[in-house]
Design a protein around this ligand. Structure first.
Ligand code: SAH
Length: 246
């Protein structure tokens, strides 16, 4: 099975160590841990560790390289992240499309995603190493994301594609499912009660019951909610009976 372990993020020529730390944090939050650094300006650095804030294990395992070729060695697919859409004969995709392509690669394929320098991005020679360019569609008048923010976008798209589950699906109590018989029983109870309290005229029912069915079918009722509705109907019937003599 393909996993996020086959994917490495490569930061080239990063100037600010804080961005390296923030990138490590962005990766770890999405379950990624293979960080490669090509000629970072200042590294290791206390600022990188501070900004990693709990992702220092990713930072500690980061591999530093002298060349980009060394960082992408053994990779079958190389994606270059570019803020500027240059007119290069290389296909440009958005992050979601890139992740779809990554999913289609063979299970053991190694994948590299390359991020450029804060001020100047990736050089043409570095872009030549990439089979695909990835552009995050952004505000055309202000399209350059902070390096770690660009890392976060890619990491999130990968996580959403490889494992979109969230840890706590629903906050609070467990919802017990109900079945078709429970719903029929509820609609039967509604019909009887609405006749009892005089809201539904059995001679002229119109579409009331059908509309109520439509309403509750949309509501995805659980057992607890079903019991509340039965309880309300019983109360209404009891009140009506109490007033019966008036
Ligand atoms: N001023 C640089 C951008 C540097 S931002 C330039 O014009 O190229 C640092 C890195 O973050 C970029 O090299 C790129 O890898 C990534 N990045 C930032 N914004 C991006 C975007 N909109 N799409 C793709 N990558 C982006």
């Amino acid at each position: 099975m393909k996993t996020l372990d086959n994917i490495r993020f490569v930061l080239v020529g990063t100037t600010h160590p804080g961005n390296i730390g923030a990138a490590a944090r962005a990766m770890k939050t999405m379950g990624l841990s293979n960080l490669h650094l090509v000629t970072p300006k200042i590294y290791p650095s206390a600022e990188a560790t501070a900004r990693a804030s709990g992702a220092d294990d990713v930072l500690a395992r980061a591999v530093v390289h002298d060349t980009l070729d060394s960082a992408i060695e053994g990779c079958q697919q190389v994606y270059g992240m570019s803020a500027r859409l240059r007119h290069l004969p290389v296909p440009v995709v958005n992050p979601r499309e890139a992740v779809t392509q990554i999913q289609q690669a063979s299970d053991d394929a190694q994948i590299a995603i390359i991020f450029g320098r804060e001020h100047s991005g990736l050089t043409n020679e570095e872009l030549d190493r990439c089979q695909h360019l990835v552009n995050i569609p952004a505000n055309p008048d202000y399209s350059s994301l902070n390096l770690a923010a660009a890392v976060q976008v890619l990491a999130y798209e990968l996580k959403m594609s490889f494992d979109p589950t969230i840890e706590v699906g629903r906050i609070g109590e467990e919802r017990e499912a109900i079945n078709a018989e429970d719903l029929e029983h509820l609609y039967g109870h509604f019909e009887e009660s609405l006749v009892t309290i005089g809201f539904l005229d059995p001679e002229k029912p119109k579409n009331l019951m059908r509309r109520l069915r439509r309403l509750f079918n949309r509501a995805d009722l659980d057992r607890n909610e079903l019991q509340i509705l039965h309880g309300i109907l019983r109360s209404a019937e009891t009140m009506r009976e109490g007033k019966g003599g008036e």
